[in-house]
Write a protein that binds this ligand. Sequence first.
Ligand code: ATP
Length: 918
Amino acid sequence: MKFYQKSKEELLHSYDVKIDRGLSSTQVTDNRERYGENKLPEEKEESYLKVFFKSFKEPIIIVLLGAVALSFFSSFYSFQIVGDKKHGLESLYEAIAIAILIIINAFLGFWQEISARKNLNSLKEMNNRFASVLRDGALEKISSNELVVGDIVKVTVGDFVEADIRWLELDELQLIESHLTGEADAIIKNIEVINENVEIGDQTNMGFSGSIVSNGQGIGIVVATGENTELGKISQLMKDEGIKSSPLQETVKKLTKTLMKISAGIVLLTFVFGLISSGEFSINSITSVFSTSIALAVASIPDALPVVLSIVLTIGAVKMSKNKGLIKTLSSVETLGSTSYICSDKTGTLTQNEMTVTKFYANGQLYNVDGLGYSSIGEIHLIAKGEKNINFAQFMKNIVLCNDSSVKEVEGQVKTFGNPTEVALTVLGSKAGYSKNKLLKNNKIIRTLPFSSSRKMMSVIVQNDEGFYVYTKGAPDVLMEKASGILIGDIVDQSEQSKDNFIKVVDDYADEALRTLAVAYKKVDEEEALYGATEDVEKDFILTGVAGIIDPPREEVKESIRQLHDANINVVMITGDHEKTARAIAYDLGIVKEKNATVLKGIDLEEMSDQKLYAEVKNVNVYARVTPEHKQRIVKQLQNHQQVVAMTGDGVNDAPALRAADIGVAMGITGTEVTKDSADLILLDDKFTTIEKSVYSGRTIYANIKNFMRHELTTNVAEVLALVLGLVLFRSSVGNVAAMTPTLTALMVLWVNMVSDAIPSFSLGYDVAETDLMKEKPRNPNESILANHTWSRVLIRGTVMGTMVYLGFLLAAQNGLNASEAQTVAFLTLVYGQLWHVFDARSSRTLFRRNPFGNIRLVGAVLFAGVSSFLVTIIPFFNSVMGTAQLTLPVYLLVIFIPALPTLILSGIKEVFKIKIW
Ligand code: ATP
């Protein structure tokens, strides 16, 4: 017999579980062992060995391997055939050194990939989905893969169904099962036993893993988990997208490819030119010219770029998650930096979501309530002139019964469960002496129409001695529209006067930034009570009163908004709340500057055409009484203005808007699983400030990437130029240096790329932000990372540095230094030139604008690179491997300090004349 053919009792009995207690912890362990975990088999991770050898497939490495082979061949040839020991040894050293570099590179790549994998896994873990389950009598939230067969699960709007479930108790539950059936519309569920054999789409008493709860709520028993679910059967392997590469990574890949092509051209030219100039066509000279030119060309490619880039991006994502902003794709790190609009919900994000009813209006009388927070101690005062009787029984009964929250005292601490608005009402009820448990003795809730942001209300249908009643609470303006009278004293008043009074109370509360919630009731017959459609049940109300709820703004948000405004980022409040409440809170937080700022209401938005909204959208900072559907239109029109939009959302209907936004933001604590699934950024602490911090991190990371790209590319231009100048100009011997001696040896160039260039570049990725980063305008997302005169800066500095290296070499030769010494002068000029330049590269403006000690990691890297590059010129082993030579003290001093001049002068000119392209 299939699960949908079994009765509720049979199922509960077969798993030995009670609907109001759930499984015990021993049963959970047993069932997990017997039926398996709620996990789909994961794709196998690549083995460590495979990861290690991955780098050997990179074109750069293949070329370098070719160079190693050629050097070995050349060495063999020199030893065995020509008998030239010196040249043979040189080629051998070269081959070994390049091989070592290849291995180091493979280790670096390996380390990068493994640490990125670790980081990504930890990010993924934080992004686990949750399910509400009843165990040992208590409702708890557990990670969805801890569910076991037999668990009693509760779902509500916005949840995913996390396993296959047979429903036991339902309130208007509707599920979207399109992932299994292709049917896009929501399916209404029930709990009736089905006797015949039916397909998945017709199993109306079942819920299947991966479905979305689009309406209502339900309790059910898990009947299949993991691979045994319908989803598990069709997708034996769930494709895990992991973290996709970012556009910047793609750009860098393309750039590296272009540079490789250029360097291939250089190889060819150097080779032909070298051969013609040497005038010798022996195998020996061919292999030596060839291996040198290949090694040089490869060394001139910024091969560290992709590695450093992906490390910086992943580390950025991990850092953000420590600051409570969980990023789901690396591209979001980039996009965050260019965000120009942040559209945020109000409740809980901009406000504290710790609600207290401070005022209410019931049966025509106004009351004040003492006490903040969740304690049930607090007096209720009637504000009335003259003698009047307290009369709020109907109001209190309504707010307590039409309410899913509870407040309990556990070990002296007040614990609240459920939606804060409802908690506030439960607390008010207990201040007045009304509790749900007591009321349930004479009243039976036979149906619940759960709250939805689109209807903006919630109702329960209650049966008592007098018959059937609908008790509703919701947005006052919405309930007013559907009301036929107002309860004044004990009489239903239908006069305009009482309606106006009611509206005035709502307006007054809203002006004080109070959240307002009206309550209403009506009597219905049994037929309507049991089967009436929601639209029919929720009309012709009698309004009982209205509650004014304080939800204080979060203090820290004011500062965040100020900073975002400084950073030219617009902040927009989009709320389901009342227009006046929204305006008052927006003014308090500084989102709008005037007390009577424009507020666009959902109802007006509805009537606006897209063109009209396009014209208005940049003038509006507060939207009130909107439904989630409106959010998508707002995002679209802002995007039509070329704005990069971050949008928050927490309800199931917010998912499309989050997907449409450039950065969809979901709440980690109160958000629904569906919104978390479609978001790019999850606020682990639900705080608005976290969005601001994430934007700041996004900007910092982008700026750092730009800095190290600038540095890397400048070095590459300098190296290529120094070598090409030598090749073209050094045609006859000078002093003791023979004609055609290259400015730098291949190993010197490799050293520069792997040590004195890569290490400081890497630390640039960790740099702190230039202080005024949040004073700049958001970046244009379509603009290349090399735009804004980056190329001109790279070319100017690279040309000056390259020329200086060649001149150093030439001057050394003219002053009688031998070939190795002259090459060492060129080598150190290049190294120290770069090390000075790195302090310039780290500012978007000039060297003089940043404290050089602001990034200690960088200072350490520069010292390490400087000292080790000096050491390779004095240690004999390196002398013979790299072709370096020891210099005299004055020459050392010259090569350390003279290369500072171009950087100081170029930066100085920029500082004084404010030349942008410089
Ligand atoms: P935001 O959109 O900024 O989170 P919000 O909570 O006011 O603000 P919604 O959740 O869409 O937005 O609620 C809209 C309105 O519905 C509220 O202003 C309130 O009047 C009413 N409301 C909120 N929660 C409930 C509830 N649990 N039951 C009945 N009505 C509610």
